[in-house]
Design a protein around this ligand. Structure first.
Ligand code: SF4
Length: 199
């Protein structure tokens, strides 16, 4: 797993849990408003943090932290994601995954080991999806990911980043129509570029 950042303690990234946040390097999307280019474009990658360092840190924080969040970049492009999630669980942590939902099969394989999943819905499910994501997106994968998350039985949320130029509020209504009643749906405003920092 290529890791570009670690937030050692967060109150806001895992609902109801004090959590560490692992930022993986690399993403298969190029969203127009992306505020994590240092985790997306290989030429901007910092020297990766080793898994050994992360694991030692998590071993020391057992009993203090409750959860671990895997986010990115896009964690599902990491070949060893399942193995790393299982290791974190074996240390006694709850696990949350943040994903763009583009790799449904991989997501399906890790869902049984998660306690929470947050999936981005980048745009209404039409031609604008690929435009906003900056790459061709297979919408079947997005639909499939949404369905598998719903059937998984774990806590989840869908979320959309609102940007006045690329994803205006007017289009949010179309996205809301994809949701089933009572589903948790978060709107987040596009953030300026910011490096993850240790805390
Ligand atoms: S999916 Fe996330 S990390 Fe990847 S390009 Fe889009 S906003 Fe950036």
């Amino acid at each position: 797993m290529k890791i570009g950042g670690l937030v050692k303690c967060s109150l806001v990234d895992f609902p109801g849990k004090l959590a560490a946040v692992i930022f993986t390097q690399g993403c298969n999307f190029r969203c127009l408003y992306c505020h994590n280019p240092h985790l997306v474009y290989p030429e901007l990658f910092a020297r990766p943090i080793s898994w050994e360092y992360i694991k030692k840190f998590l071993e020391k924080r057992r009993g203090l932290l409750e959860g671990v969040v895997f986010c990115g970049g896009e964690p599902t492009i990491q070949e060893d994601l399942l193995e790393r999630i299982q290791e974190v669980r074996s240390l006694g942590y709850a696990v949350k995954l943040d994903t763009n939902g583009s790799r449904a099969l991989l997501l399906h394989s890790v869902l049984p080991y998660l306690d929470y999943v947050a999936m981005d819905i980048k745009a209404p499910l039409g031609p604008r999806y690929s435009y906003v994501c900056g790459v061709p997106v297979d919408l079947t994968e997005i639909r499939r990911s949404m369905e598998w998350i719903r059937r998984s039985g774990i806590a989840y949320e869908f979320r959309t980043t609102v940007h006045p130029d690329y994803m205006p509020m007017e289009e949010i209504e179309s996205i809301r129509n994809l949701l089933t009643p009572g589903e948790k749906y978060i709107l987040q405003h596009a953030q300026p570029f910011e490096l993850p920092t240790d805390s």
